[in-house]
Design a protein around this ligand. Sequence first.
Ligand SMILES: [Cu+2]
Length: 132
Amino acid sequence: MRKSVAVLAFLLASQWPLAALNAQGGAAETVAVELSSFKFTPSVLTLQHGHTYRLHLVNAAGGGHDFAAPAFFASSAIAPADQAKVAGGKVRLSGKQTVDITLTPQKAGTFPLNCTHFMHTSFGMTGRITVQ
Ligand SMILES: [Cu+2]
């Protein structure tokens, strides 16, 4: 048991630093998304798989919103320090809150984005993340 935990810790420690660098060996690129009532700006994100991004989420509204993209988060490697910020496939932001998530999309595809607060999706709070 102890040995398997040590092996797992080694794998996590040895793989993450590689994933944290993009193809050019530079730092993570920042992608800023503003949440407001009732939209994401921008509402369409285009990312490259294997590249590392700092997702900078800013809630400009006084009330809470969330950034829900379960399939996108499930197919991305999320930095260990930021994993607790993503729960149930979404990042919750209270009014005026800012949250940064460093992650590396692993798979190409188109993933839906929305806010799960009551009625917010029908008010237009939806988007799309395309990973190339
Ligand atoms: Cu909302």
